[in-house]
Write a protein that binds this ligand. Structure first.
Ligand code: ARG
Length: 497
């Protein structure tokens, strides 16, 4: 009875708490205008420090100021910007969105506030001189879900499975790929293309001939006619007063200054670059915290997986050898064989995914899931290693144990296993080393381990070198430490001989 009352009280309390939350939230929503954008598109939207700024942001802020509301920004991938409006997750989408017939079916557009075009970016020494050259089996890049992609798909590379057309989440990453020779050209909206070309002046340039002619407008939900009217009025006002022009000029300047650096030459330039890269990748925004957190998770996963794997492996090995020696434990032996076949026959990542998405569906603790998955996986390999160790011990020792009056299990525990362990120590160490590195696939279940931490930094800084080197160095350090510890252990065992 008491329990029931307690439960009821808890229920009422939790409903009350939820209710309060909702009310506050809806108040907040009424006071703010939610803008969805994809802040990788200077000068329309880009990051200045932690803040999203740009022409689009300024226009929306002008409207919000009229409405006495503040602006809340959702920064997401461009291909889900329109989706945010359709599903009501945001009030307005301002993201250099080109007005197209297709999009008009889904959202309401304001009057246009800017003209644009798709243009071609190429390396300075490129043989590509115009749109016609793009058709000559060139590797082309663009941002996913954009009109650039539509243009390329409809006019240049019509084969849907062609590897020549590559989509990127972020135009700057596409430009990075162009710079290191992984692409032959990038197709991008004119203004962002010019900003990126300016920031990478020495290596890439825009071609003069535009491929399309487009207009940008702000998108709202189909039912939001009233707000659309207000936006139209404000945009009109900004155009007439010359304020829009000022917004454009201010943001263009800001965007082009973002990365401008002093010129250094020779060795100084090299070290200066290195220091600057180190700073952006690890110090700025406290990004090293990603690495630290990831490292810690990798250590936890590896540690517990090794323990679980060892326990499992020992058990399976003992069962299998006992069955081989004595013919007992038929059922358990069959079970062990099934385990070995399945685990060694399927990829570790697939096992991890199955455990996370199917078997432990309701478990939210990803580290725990990873420990279990990697532990079970490693157990299969450890089992065979230990079994080979047991088999390497002369049969006569069992008989000797017998003669001394030891039981089978006593002989196994006191005589056979200690020797077996010593014999297989190098192979076991090998397995642990593999295991540590294998945990790097944890990112598949969105677990922020060490590798994933590097990926996150890479996606923020567009730099591959520093984050990958750091991650590699840390794994290397861990493995070296483990090897050293195993060496000590091995020497100890030898001394005891
Ligand atoms: N204007 C192009 C389009 O509408 C590209 C826009 C990309 N915008 C962005 N914020 N990344 O498809």
């Amino acid at each position: 009875m008491k329990l029931r009352i307690l439960f009821l009280a808890a229920l009422v309390l939790s409903l009350f708490v939820c209710g309060c939350g909702d009310e506050r939230k809806s108040d907040e929503v009424r006071q703010s205008l939610t803008l969805v954008t994809s802040a990788s598109f200077p000068p329309y939207e880009f990051l200045s420090g932690q803040q999203v700024v740009g022409i689009d942001v300024d226009i929306v802020k002008a409207v919000a100021a009229k409405l006495k509301r503040n602006v809340v920004i959702i920064d997401t991938k461009f291909d889900s910007v329109i989706g945010h409006i359709v599903t009501g997750k945001a009030d307005v989408a301002a993201s250099g969105i080109t007005v197209t017939e297709e999009r008009k079916k889904k959202v309401l557009f304001t009057i246009p506030y800017s003209r644009s075009a798709q243009i071609i970016l190429v390396p300075r020494n490129s043989p590509i001189k115009n749109a016609g050259d793009l058709k000559k089996k060139k590797r082309l890049g663009c941002q996913g879900g954009t009109t650039a992609y539509d243009y390329l798909r409809n006019h240049i590379i019509t084969d849907k499975n062609s590897p020549l057309l590559q989509q990127f989440d972020n135009p700057a990453v596409a430009v990075e790929a162009l710079k290191i020779g992984k692409l032959d050209a990038v197709i991008l909206d004119e203004e962002p293309a010019r900003v990126l070309a300016k920031l990478n002046e020495k290596s890439i340039m825009p071609l003069p001939e535009p491929l399309t002619s487009e207009e940008y407008a702000i998108a709202l939900h189909k039912n939001n006619r009233e707000l659309c009217g207000i936006f139209n009025a404000v945009i009109q006002e900004l155009k007439i007063s010359g304020e829009l022009q000022k917004i454009v000029e201010h943001n263009t300047l800001l965007a082009k200054q973002l990365k401008e650096e002093k010129e250094y030459t020779g060795v100084t330039a090299f070290f200066h670059r290195l220091a600057a890269d180190f700073h952006t990748n690890f110090i700025a925004d406290s990004r090293w915290l990603y690495i630290w957190g990831g490292f810690w998770k990798t250590v936890q996963i590896s540690f517990f997986a090794v323990i679980l794997g060892t326990l499992l492996g020992f058990t399976v090995a003992v069962i299998r050898t006992t069955h081989d020696r004595t013919g007992k434990m038929k059922f358990l032996n069959a079970l062990c064989r099934l385990y070995l076949t399945v685990i060694r026959g399927t990829p570790c990542v697939v096992q991890l995914l199955i455990i996370y998405f199917v078997i432990l569906k309701s478990c939210d603790n990803k580290v725990l899931v990873a420990c279990i998955a990697f532990g079970i996986n490693s157990g299969a390999y450890v089992a065979e290693i230990i079994r080979s160790g047991i088999m390497s011990i002369d049969k006569g020792q069992f008989e000797a144990g017998d003669a001394l009056g030891l039981s089978y299990w006593q002989t196994m525990g006191y005589v056979i296993l200690p020797q077996a362990l010593k014999n297989v120590l190098p192979a076991l160490g090998n397995e642990f080393i593999v295991l540590i590195k294998e945990t790097s696939v944890s990112g598949y279940i969105a677990l922020q381990d060490l590798t994933k931490a590097g990926d996150i930094i890479r996606s923020q800084t567009y730099d591959a070198f520093m984050p990958l080197m750091a991650v590699a160095a840390i794994y290397l350090g861990c493995v070296m430490l483990l090897t050293w510890l195993l060496g000590i252990f091995e020497r100890r065992l030898k001394r005891n001989e």
